[in-house]
Design a protein around this ligand. Structure first.
Ligand SMILES: *[C@@H]1O[C@H](CO)[C@@H](O)[C@H](O)[C@H]1NC(C)=O
Ligand SMILES: *[C@@H]1O[C@H](CO)[C@@H](O)[C@H](O)[C@H]1NC(C)=O
Ligand SMILES: *[C@@H]1O[C@H](CO)[C@@H](O)[C@H](O)[C@H]1NC(C)=O
Length: 466
């Protein structure tokens, strides 16, 4: 029975049984988005309640703080894979960088310490002077902590290509002033980005159908057969590759939810209004309109949520450390925000049905190491592809979210090093996150958390549609 038949059949059955919630448009997006998630001991309803009622409001508040709203990014890196189409002239793609006097002094002056090599070579006196210029009241202990910050070069643990924040092209962007929303960036260019991510980089199973531009579905057999990098989906397909694919698919779903939730609905000279476009949402997630893929994409979003939630909970010891500060140069606020951050992580830690990451890379040690490396390299490649996104606004959020997910993976695969942080007899901690990574992991998770919340809105709008 085809998916369409199945849907019609279930809808019919539902109407016979008078089950009002499982018929109609809402059902076609959410039909499979309920109950247990594969590979996890968790269900969607538990996540909804936990996120929407508890975590989301707190996280939102944290992300409005100075530390998290200013993200330094290089939007001018050339695309390494194909000739850049000149950046699209769409108005809504523009990113407004901050002028330097808008960025808090503490963030500006401490950011140089995050660039690994530069930092290693810089002589300590110079750094001390520099720090002294910011806030002379820095305690001795804190000063040491700041100096130690980047002694450890963890390039080999990174899942992402990190922008050189020292580059003159890197600029601060106020994320609150440049929200992720509908920009009009679509069509062949946008499609090429996702296509190269799926087809060339992310272990896409043969069975997953991808639309061939323009918005048309076909069976992907044959087309995918030609791609050597893709793998076949079989019952024995390894958890890791499946997990990787699902993360990317979840990220894609999340981005599309935001674009549908903040669609430019009213556009004239005097008035612009970004709000929900239900039909855009259906185009992307309705099971009939997407050959059954839509609901799976939504499930992948939940999977991504669990992974990032788990990573944050795992990172708690790092953030709890007394040397860790959300340093912006405003001590009282910084302290209050650190407390809020810890509250969020503790909440994340109490989530009852965490993803159990020990089941990942649990096989033969050599094989596991190879797999981890494969995934790491693919992921780095995906972060480079983000430099090819033509629309600056989309590039900004694409870079931020891939970096955030990369940081989450780094955390999950640094179990041992993070445990070391809680032991007093380990002199030189080997696990570090720099400001870029911290800002990106929280903002990326903020996006996923917002998506989960938006799903609830779409669900009730679709229910009203009938
Ligand atoms: C990186 O991505 C590009 C563009 O999609 C692709 O051509 C290349 O094969 C990828 N390289 C690796 C190592 O995955
Ligand atoms: C909503 O999105 C659809 C595409 O899915 C588009 O055709 C329609 O014009 C949009 N609605 C408005 C009011 O812009
Ligand atoms: C996670 O999985 C591992 C091995 O699969 C198991 O030993 C461990 O008890 C599990 N942890 C939890 C909290 O379920």
């Amino acid at each position: 029975m085809s998916v369409r038949h199945l849907t019609v059949f279930t809808a019919l059955l539902a109407s016979i049984l008078q089950v009002s919630t499982s018929s109609g448009a809402d059902h076609r997006c959410f039909c499979q988005v309920t109950g247990n998630l594969d590979d996890c001991a968790c269900d969607v309803e538990t996540i909804d309640a936990f996120n929407n009622n508890q975590l989301f409001p707190k996280l939102q508040k944290l992300l409005e703080s100075d530390y998290f709203r200013f993200y330094k990014v290089n939007l001018d890196k050339p695309c390494p894979f194909w000739t850049d189409n000149s950046h699209c002239g769409l108005r809504d793609c523009a990113v407004q960088p901050c002028s330097l006097n808008e960025v808090p002094e503490g963030i500006k002056s401490s950011s140089h310490k995050y660039s690994a090599e530069a930092n290693m070579q810089q002589d300590n006196c110079e750094k001390l002077e520099h720090l002294g210029a910011v806030d002379a009241s820095l305690s001795e202990k804190m000063r040491d902590a700041l100096l130690n910050w980047n002694l450890h070069d963890d390039e080999s643990e990174r899942f992402c290509v990190i922008d050189d924040v020292e580059s003159p092209d890197a600029q601060y962007v106020d994320l609150l002033l440049n929200p992720e929303r509908y920009t009009g960036y679509k069509g062949p260019e946008a499609w090429q980005i996702w296509n190269s991510i799926y087809e060339e980089n992310c272990f896409k199973p043969y069975t997953v159908k991808r639309p061939v531009y323009p918005q048309m579905f076909h069976s992907s057999q044959g087309k995918d057969g030609a791609k050597q990098t893709c793998f076949s989906s079989s019952p024995g397909q390894c958890v890791e590759k499946r997990a990787f694919y699902r993360l990317i698919s979840g990220l894609h779903a999340s981005i599309n939810i935001h674009l549908s939730a903040r669609y430019l609905m009213d556009d004239n000279w005097f008035h612009k209004k970004w709000t929900h476009n239900v039909s855009e949402f259906q185009q992307r997630f309705d099971s009939d309109l997407t050959a059954g893929e839509g609901p799976k994409r939504l499930r992948n979003l939940y999977f991504l949520y669990l992974i990032e939630l788990r990573a944050l909970a795992k990172a708690l010891p790092f953030f709890q450390h007394s040397s860790f500060q959300l340093y912006t140069g405003q001590p009282r606020q910084d302290q209050a925000h650190k407390e809020l951050l810890l509250e969020i992580l503790q909440l994340a830690d109490t989530f009852p049905l965490h993803f159990n990451e020990t089941s990942l890379f649990a096989g033969d040690e050599k094989e596991a190491a190879k797999l981890k490396e494969d995934i790491r390299l693919s992921f780095q490649n995906i972060s480079r592809i983000m430099d090819c996104v033509g629309c600056f606004k989309c590039r900004l959020w694409g870079k931020l979210q891939t970096q955030g997910l990369g940081t989450a993976l780094k955390v999950l695969f640094s179990r041992r090093q993070i445990e070391d942080l809680t032991k007093s007899n380990v002199p030189q901690p080997t696990f570090q996150l720099n400001r870029q990574e911290i800002v990106s992991i929280f903002n990326a998770f903020g996006r996923i958390s917002t998506s989960i919340k938006e799903l609830k809105n779409f669900r009730s709008m679709l229910a009203d549609f009938r």
